[in-house]
Design a protein around this ligand. Structure first.
Ligand code: PXL
Length: 278
């Protein structure tokens, strides 16, 4: 069984980061080791939150892993709590990402044209350095704009997305995926470009509701699919289908949308989707 390491925070309540990566990646048949970057009472879209930064733990944990000879087939990074943590994660790549380790970076730091609470304008440049060292990066349009200097737009055409993908590759990664792309009201998906290739798209039906944490669910499912040996387009298609089914089953729930989607009811469906694609 493949073993991956995921590096992101634990938001105790609110279905995002580690509380979705662990169950999703495990359900896809991949061992999911964790490096928690911070512990928050709940994610930062709630009105109040506490945040205990765990940066001081990262170095000692890496030292022990090295002594134990622990290795990873993949490393998946998500929300990082500070610029210093971005630098620590770059050092972790140098120590643990060998030739055969797939590194996927989801620069979870912004959405809808705005940085998340707690980050300042200098943060995207530090996150861009993490993305530079990754094989695959998975920003949404806002995050891509912040890392490439492009202007954030809600209305755009294929040339805007193509330029975005090309600029993202210039950061240094091998494959750039931009999530949350749409050219038709009923379809939503991702655009991707691999060095030397041409832009491609994977779309799924668009759900009208919007929930917090779906980016983390999507990235986790993409990582799980790739680690199970799927091609990128197949992993993106599976992830889009999984998110759509999660949103559809949550739509009738009275719980506020910042509690995230009820992915728990779709875990059985997820393992079935993986089996069907292998
Ligand atoms: O879902 C991304 C995310 C992860 N972790 C924390 C967050 C957010 C988005 O707001 O606040 C702590």
């Amino acid at each position: 069984m493949k073993r991956i390491l995921t590096i992101q925070d634990i938001s105790c309540v609110g279905r995002c980061s580690l509380t979705v990566a662990l169950p999703v990646i495990s359900a896809m048949g991949v061992e999911c080791a964790v490096l928690p970057t911070a512990v928050l009472s709940n994610h930062t879209m709630f009105k109040n939150f506490t945040c205990k930064d765990l940066s001081g733990e990262i170095e000692p944990i890496m030292d022990v892993w090295e002594k134990e000879g622990i290795t990873f087939d993949g490393i998946y990074t998500g929300y990082l709590a500070s610029a210093d943590q971005c630098r620590q994660v770059c050092r972790l790549f140098d120590r643990f990402a060998g030739e055969d380790t797939l590194v996927l970076a989801d620069p979870a730091m912004a959405d809808n044209g705005k940085l998340y609470a707690g980050f300042d304008d200098s943060f995207p440049a530090e996150m861009a350095k993490v993305c530079a060292k990754a094989d695959i990066i998975l920003p949404n349009i806002t995050e891509a704009c912040l890392m490439t200097g492009m202007t954030y737009r809600t209305e755009y055409d294929e040339s805007y997305i193509r330029e975005m993908l090309e600029r993202l590759l210039k950061l240094g990664c091998s494959t750039a995926v931009v999530t949350g792309v749409s050219f038709a009201p009923e379809l939503l998906g991702s655009a991707y470009l691999t060095r030397g290739g041409k832009p491609s798209y994977v779309f799924t039906r668009r759900c009208s509701q919007c929930y917090h944490g779906t980016g983390d669910l999507y990235a986790s499912a993409v990582m799980g699919g790739i680690m199970r040996g799927m091609e990128l387009d197949s992993a993106l298609e599976l992830a889009g289908e999984f998110i759509a089914s999660c949103i559809e089953t949550t739509a009738s729930s009275p719980t506020p949308r910042w509690y995230g989607v009820e992915f728990e009811s779709q875990i059985g469906n997820l393992t079935k989707m993986v089996r069907e694609r292998l």
